[in-house]
Design a protein around this ligand. Sequence first.
Ligand code: RTP
Ligand code: MG
Length: 141
Amino acid sequence: MAVERTLSIIKPDAVAKNAIGEIAARFEKAGLNIVAMKMLQLDDEKAGGFYAEHKERPFFADLVGFMTSGPVVVQVLEGENAITANRDLMGATNPKEAAAGTIRADFAETIDANAVHGSDSAESAAREIAYFFGEGEICPR
Ligand code: RTP
Ligand code: MG
């Protein structure tokens, strides 16, 4: 088992329903330490750059529109197999397909407004963490 870091975003829908604390508690209870955290209002450029891999997809404009619709909370999670552990806690992209007890099953409404983001690979995690945080903003424990 390896200690990894992953990027989590609590998306605008979950911030708007005051679910920041409950979602963060799930990470902590699962053994993922929050080693960096901040609230941000993304603009089109910052949200579009984050999801650049999807820029040719038909849902890209809606995705950027949603991610800029209100503040988000970006976090670095650290722990054993953090990337997979976080994806397991999140559940499937479409909340209608997300397993019971996952964050998306419990807090998300639609595939667009799906409560959380989590890095999908080590390469994505490294890029996404650096996209939001300088090394001096991360506090390993
Ligand atoms: P995320 O990147 O936000 O953690 O989500 P994910 O890995 O589970 O899904 P991904 O394929 O990376 O898609 C990014 C976000 O785009 C929206 N999406 N809409 N309408 C659609 O078919 C569709 N597919 C994806 C979702 O909001 C997804 O979280
Ligand atoms: Mg993704």
